[in-house]
Design a protein around this ligand. Sequence first.
Ligand code: PEP
Ligand code: MG
Length: 305
Amino acid sequence: VALHMNAGLMADLPSLEGSGAEGVGLFRTELQFLIRNKMPQRAELATLYARVLEAAKGRPVAFRTLDIGSDKVLPYMKPQDEPNPAMGWRAIRVGLDKPGVLRMQVQALIRASDGRPLTIMFPFISEQAEFLEARSHVLRELHREKSLGHQVPSKVDIGAMLETPSLAYAPDSFFQMADFISIGGNDLKQFFFAADRENERVRKRYDTLNSSFLTFLQFIVARCAASGTSLSFCGEDAGRPVEALALAAIGLRNLSMRPASIGPVKALLRGVDLAAARAVIDTARSAGVETVRPALMEWLAAQAG
Ligand code: PEP
Ligand code: MG
């Protein structure tokens, strides 16, 4: 199981050495936009992204394009008065409707890569057409940068975050075209259960180890396996050891989490047999349990004893 870390600030990068992460599975670029009082310039971003790549020393970094809206409101952008911001004009929807910032950010990433490999992923892709359009912006900027005489990345991987159930049912052509898919479990779980991740009252009502949710995640694993698309999971649950165990057992073999979680997750995963954990999950699920957590915890306790 490959463990990567989530990051968003330069200050996170030193953790890459100490944490044992194989790379940055999610670099949340919006943090750089949120900590300023005006829109950052392309040159500023290019410098910053280059420093991130240098700090990564050749390890892969998946840069997620601007994910704003919903809980992340830029102080210098006119707030949208929306009844349901989490389901509103956010993330790639903003990027596609007002592509100026998306294109500027992609240019900054290409310049930062300076001939090195580049990994870009788009947040909150709900359907194939959005991925195609976002991807075409990257292809166009690559062409443009090249024609301007800038060095282009040696390789570009373009992926989508799967954060809405709809994308799991996208045509095969989407899975074939995406270089990789990363499950944004925080949003995906919120939309799977219709339970607001910001609302304390309902946030913890549905267990991540809920049988239906695990079955759904397994469906995504199967679709990616069928098309040979690499798949990772970068929501907060990847950093919780028991959740990480369940995710790995059902076939998610690339997890990205906050740096401090890598040690505990690694310690648990190293000591267990994933096939046996999978059998525990399958048996509990066949018995009709709501959540496989009790069965998995009992099995873990028996392992320890
Ligand atoms: C997610 O939704 O799981 C995710 C990783 O993105 P964010 O938490 O930034 O929305
Ligand atoms: Mg998200």
